[in-house]
Design a protein around this ligand. Structure first.
Ligand code: XMP
Length: 516
């Protein structure tokens, strides 16, 4: 039954993962994968994959280098779950970006190295505000309200649970905190194992760690310690540190950033450009390969055609990033009239890159698990996601409440006026001159619904992909892709009516979402 992958793409019409009608999309075909035979458990499905020529991951999931998606916290969480985060380049300085990379490389499981603190003069209302925005429950009290300052106490929900809301604004933290002399505290030299024993014996939730001057240097949370044992798929380098990537522009200044990023131990550089086939990118990848022959690996892009892919592979790319105008916040195809349907772009570029042994990353347009499985079936080794992850706790920025009581986070395209005005590096992605008076936006600013923590959301994605592969009857990404090439994994183009039938339909209202 169905079609082989070649037959699916025979028409030379743009095909995407799933048709969606919106102001920003035109009509394109989409497809289904036909079911296969199941005689194995969902948990036995392997998602091992290559991100670049030299780096493999246990989950095919990468977070976008966007300033509302990936900084250290996101990159740490993604790597713990077997994927990877690419730190964006839209910081006030190149040092700031390298610092984020450093935080990921120095991350010690279980230690919160930049804990959110509060001062004694703050009120319970301030604490509740922190709790609402960041989701923390135990907050150290320090002299300046920041970490690396004298520890004065600790305040947990237990200390404030019985204070009526009417008194939040007038009750000072100093009145209700557990003061320093009544706290169980650890020294800097403490191992994670000792910390765990202390927390267990003392039945405490949080253990502040101080240095010789009595300053708070980190915090250990019992819940994190429990989690620390639960990351069998984490992406580690040969030194046992979490893996992380960073975006760089094609400007001359990128060379200074690359030096700092390499010193910080970055594993992958992503040359961030909406159109990777440029003289600037070719020169930069050649320069990196000459000056850093032993790594980091370089992912070039973005590309959507075989010709673009060939150019970048010929010049040293270790991986390619595919997509132009398919991102949720993208208006490139509208404004520039340039781009390609993402399904076709992934299929065409992946087919070519496979012949050169270079893995490809399908970037943009991933709206749920099924889209990931489809991207993998078309030949992508992994997917890159922006919007899908922007509403999580680990994305930069704070939550706020929307009009009808929904919790939201901001998400913006790196080619949006907003992002371009924040710092100049995001202009580089779109070849905007820094002294340019006329700015042409290629993205929009938006809000995303709260999706909870990456620690829940990424395991959901992983298990969802495993279910997809099980339904197709394949045990691994490798088997999926080989099956597609051999013609044993079958596809079928969907008509507009079939697309409507395949979505949620004919309901008065939907009362539960299918994830979280
Ligand atoms: P999703 O669909 O995951 O897409 O939100 C994320 C990807 O979109 C790209 N990106 C942009 N593309 N204008 C664009 O045309 C923009 O302003 C913009 N910002 C990000 C980028 O490839 C990202 O990974």
């Amino acid at each position: 039954d169905g079609q082989s992958i070649e037959e699916l793409f025979e028409t030379k019409q743009g095909i995407t993962y799933k048709y969606c009608y919106s102001r920003y999309s035109s009509f394109v075909y989409d497809f289904n994968i036909l079911p296969g035979y199941i005689d194995f458990a969902v948990t036995s499905v392997s998602l091992d994959t290559a991100l670049t020529r030299n780096i493999t991951l246990k989950a095919p999931l990468v977070s976008s280098p966007m300033d509302t998606v990936t900084e250290a916290e996101m990159a740490i969480a993604m790597a713990l779950h077997g994927g990877m985060g690419i730190v964006h380049a839209n910081f006030p300085s190149k040092e700031d970006q390298a610092k984020e990379v450093n935080k990921v490389k120095r991350y010690k499981q279980g230690f919160i190295t930049h804990p959110q603190c509060i001062t004694t003069d703050s009120t319970v209302a301030d604490l509740m505000d922190i709790k609402a925005k960041k989701g923390f429950t135990g907050t150290p009290v320090t002299a300046t309200g920041k970490y690396r300052s004298k520890l004065l106490g600790l305040i947990t929900s237990r200390d404030v649970d019985f204070i009526p809301q009417s008194r939040w604004a007038t009750t000072r933290i100093s009145e209700v905190m557990v003061p320093r002399d009544r706290l169980i505290i650890g020294e800097e030299s403490l191992t994670l194992k000792d910390a765990y024993d202390i927390l267990e014996n003392e039945k405490k939730g949080k253990l502040p760690i101080i240095n010789a001057n009595g300053e708070l240097v980190s915090l250990i949370a019992r819940t994190d310690l429990k989690k620390a044992r639960e990351f069998p798929n984490a992406s580690y380098d040969s030194m046992g540190q979490l893996r992380v990537g960073a975006a760089v522009s094609t400007r001359e200044t990128a060379k200074d950033s690359i030096k700092l990023l390499a010193e910080a131990g970055v594993d992958v550089l992503v040359i961030d450009s909406s159109n990777g086939s440029s003289k600037y990118q070719v020169e930069l990848v050649r320069w990196i390969k000459e000056n850093y022959p032993n790594g980091p690996d370089v992912i070039c892009g973005n590309v959507v055609t075989k010709q673009q892919a060939k150019l970048l592979i010929d010049n040293g790319a270790d991986g390619l990033r595919i997509g132009m105008g398919s991102g949720s916040i993208c208006i490139t195809q509208e404004v520039m009239a340039v781009g390609r349907a993402q399904g076709t772009a992934v299929y065409e570029v992946a087919s070519y890159a496979r012949s050169r042994n270079v893995p490809v990353l399908a970037d943009g347009g991933i709206r749920d698990v099924g889209y990931i499985t489809k991207a993998l079936s078309l030949g992508a080794s992994a997917v890159m996601m922006g919007g899908l992850l922007a509403g999580t706790n680990e994305a930069p920025g704070e939550y706020f409440w929307g009009a009808n009581g929904v919790r939201l986070k901001k998400y913006r395209g790196m080619g949006s006026i907003d992002a371009m005005e924040a710092h100049s590096s995001s202009q580089d992605r779109y070849f905007t001159a820094s002294d340019e008076q006329v700015k042409v936006a290629q993205g929009v600013s938006a809000t995303m619904l709260d999706r909870g923590s990456i620690h829940k959301f990424v395991p959901y994605l992983v298990r969802g992909i495993q279910h997809g592969l099980q339904d197709i009857g394949v045990h691994s990404i490798k088997e999926l892709q080989e099956g597609a090439q051999k013609g044993t994994v079958r596809f079928e183009k969907r008509s507009p009516n079939a697309q409507l039938e395949g979505g949620v339909h004919s309901l008065h209202s939907v009362t539960s979402s299918h994830h979280l």
